[in-house]
Write a protein that binds this ligand. Structure first.
Ligand SMILES: Cc1cc2nc3c(=O)[nH]c(=O)nc-3n(C[C@H](O)[C@H](O)[C@H](O)COP(=O)(O)OP(=O)(O)OC[C@H]3O[C@@H](n4cnc5c(N)ncnc54)[C@H](O)[C@@H]3O)c2cc1C
Length: 290
């Protein structure tokens, strides 16, 4: 079975989400098939807020890990969960040979919702007590929305990574300078693990507005311009989004990024186009680890 941390770098990974409120996974598995044919190093599976997709996330991550020659990464949020709940999920992941977890707090609706875990760091410390898991965590190039300042968010990130995180995956961003400044500041603080860049191709005007509200990503003027110009035309906006994501990735690779994580939004056709554009460059840069 492949070990993500032994694969050549820069890494190349995808994120998918399970169907909402349905146990019919046929559509999702068709997406997994299409994405798997692009031979990423790993496919991660999101976890619905408050554990709403628990079984589907486990099922899909386990299928990726066991049926394809690709590492599965199960997202796991801890907000509102008990230690007993989380221990049960870890047991299931272990039983299904899924050894990679993205340990997250999850979004808060009410601060009272926190329960036995207050921060992702509590979940990381809890998972670390067990053997056999590789832990990924989230990071925020433009700071987490709740953080009072970028400096404080970075200090929290350093604390989180010191607990034994193996890799970080970033929130989406549209400005590579923002990501590279963040990466350099994290390195200067002593964060040494891979910091993987999260890239979301823009595929509609509505999507970009939603993402900006949800995560506070800055939208550069030239992105806003093409969204305004092509947003009414579904084909044009997709093509512009593919071109922009391609450009972001080509530039990040030149700037020595540790890995590219594509937020696929389950749109395998979009990812296939980006893959065609960047594959030659990515694979020419990949170096085997010692
Ligand atoms: C790559 C990625 C994947 C994601 N996948 C999912 C998913 O599958 N499902 C889902 O529901 N959500 C997902 N999210 C969203 C995530 O759950 C939210 O951003 C959430 O609000 C924060 O989670 P976290 O793990 O970063 O939290 P934390 O690391 O706990 O940070 C949250 C806030 O608390 C602060 N903080 C951290 N530790 C402390 C401390 N000890 N004391 C005081 N303040 C502290 C931080 O500065 C930050 O402002 C994802 C985000 C990313 C970047």
């Amino acid at each position: 079975m492949k070990d993500f941390f032994q694969l050549p770098a820069p890494s190349y990974t995808f994120e998918i989400f399970p169907p909402k409120g349905s146990t019919d996974l046929a559509g999702t598995y068709a997406t997994v098939d299409a994405l798997a044919s692009l031979t990423p190093d790993l496919i991660s599976v999101t976890y619905g807020a408050g554990g709403t997709s628990r079984d589907n996330t486990l099922d899909i991550a386990s299928t990726i890990q066991n049926r394809y020659d690709i590492c599965g990464l199960a997202h796991l949020t801890c907000v509102g969960s008990t230690k007993e709940n989380i221990a049960g999920i870890l047991d299931e992941l272990q039983a299904n040979h899924v050894g990679n977890i993205l340990a997250l707090r999850g979004d808060l609706k009410e601060p009272s919702e926190l329960g036995e875990f207050r921060h992702a760091s509590d979940l990381i410390a809890f998972i670390r007590k067990r053997r056999g898991f590789r832990i990924f965590a989230a990071c925020y190039p433009e700071k987490h929305l709740e953080a009072p300042s970028p400096e404080e968010d970075l200090c929290r990130l350093k604390e989180k990574s010191d607990l034994g995180v193996d890799a970080l995956i970033s929130q989406l961003f549209f400005d590579n300078d923002v990501f590279c400044r963040f990466r350099d500041r994290a390195r200067a603080l002593g964060v040494t693990v891979p910091i993987i860049a999260g890239i979301m191709p823009i595929t509609s005007a509505a999507q970009i507005d939603k993402m900006v509200t949800m995560c506070g990503a800055t939208v550069p003027d030239r992105v806003r311009r093409f969204v305004d110009a092509y947003g009414h035309n579904s084909r044009a906006i997709k093509e512009a989004g593919i071109a922009y994501a391609t450009e972001q990735i080509v530039d990040l690779l030149a700037r020595g990024v540790d890995g590219i994580h594509l937020y696929t939004m389950n749109q395998a056709d979009v990812i296939r186009h980006i893959d065609e554009n960047i594959r030659g460059i990515l694979y020419s840069m990949r170096v085997k680890k010692d």
